[in-house]
Design a protein around this ligand. Structure first.
Ligand code: MF3
Ligand code: CO
Ligand code: CO
Length: 268
């Protein structure tokens, strides 16, 4: 059987469209800064979601996840062994948890998408190390990008780094093109594959980088009951960080930098 590879669909934004994406990223980052102080022991993931929803609507924007393929909430909150797409509920964060908060806002029709993993109080060395690894992998991958580079540059950076620290890289969930729609081509896997060695990141393209790093096996299991929550198969912790990126003639521009969040080089 021959494997069919897709010819790359290039979505190159105009200068005005790039500015719209810059604004969407900036708004999304402001929202992340707004919720950050609330992500602490005693807060429920549902309360975080309410803050996200109210802030977004009060500022005249829309939470992209609300109603997206019937997803019921305005953000994703993924605790401990949850890799991604955790649905906010009445779970109360407690000392020793790690939680990824993933926020996507639609601003004048354009999307900003980012996530951070938060450490709640004192966490195990395993959870801290996997969080550090996901953070470092995000910035190593961004720093490796050059105008017109292959998408596989990301996977070629992330996989060796994670493996050298004894961790694994999730394959079922990937980064994506971003713009007027939430999930666009190209697919941005955090491991190299045949398509990502073909697809290129040209100036004017927007996309996310969002490595999910597991403490044990890379394999995943999705929740049968809620249809969304994705967990590690072995119950070990998982961490993720995400930025929205615009490729420019000068290299990658991070659209979702926060004022108060962890900066490149941060030690957890
Ligand atoms: N924000 C996630 C991403 O980075 C997607 C969440 S989709 C949802 O791509 F429906 F689960 F919210
Ligand atoms: Co996201
Ligand atoms: Co994303």
């Amino acid at each position: 059987m021959t494997v069919m590879l897709k010819k790359q669909k290039k979505l190159i934004l105009t200068e005005a469209q790039q500015d719209s994406m810059r604004r969407a990223g900036r708004v999304n980052a402001q929202l992340m800064d707004y919720v950050r102080p609330h992500v602490k022991a005693g807060t429920t993931t549902g309360a975080i979601d309410e803050l996200v929803q109210r802030w977004t609507l009060d500022h005249g924007h829309k939470p992209a996840t609300l109603g997206y393929q019937n997803y019921p909430k305005s953000c994703c909150t993924s605790v401990n062994d949850v890799i991604c797409h955790g649905i906010p509920d009445d779970y109360k964060l407690k000392d020793g948890d790690i939680v990824n908060v993933d926020i996507t806002t639609i601003v004048d029709g354009w999307h900003g998408d980012q996530s951070e993993t938060f450490l709640i109080g004192e966490v195990s060395s395993d959870k801290r190390a996997v969080t550090q690894c996901a953070f470092d992998c995000l910035y190593l991958a961004i720093d490796a990008l050059t105008p017109g580079c292959r998408v596989s540059t990301i996977g070629e950076t992330v996989v060796p780094e994670a493996h050298s620290r004894g961790f694994t890289v999730v394959r079922e969930y990937v980064g994506h093109g971003l713009g007027r729609q939430f999930h666009l081509d190209p697919s941005v896997p955090h491991f190299p594959n045949r398509q990502s060695r073909i697809d290129r990141l040209y100036p004017g393209m927007c996309f996310t980088v969002e490595p999910m790093i597991n403490g044990g096996t890379r394999y995943t299991r999705s929740d049968k009951a809620d249809g969304w929550t994705v967990r590690t198969k072995d119950g070990r912790p998982s961490a993720q960080f995400e930025h929205s990126i615009l490729m420019t003639e000068d290299g990658p521009e991070i659209l979702t930098l926060t004022q108060h969040g962890p900066r490149k080089g941060h030690k957890f």
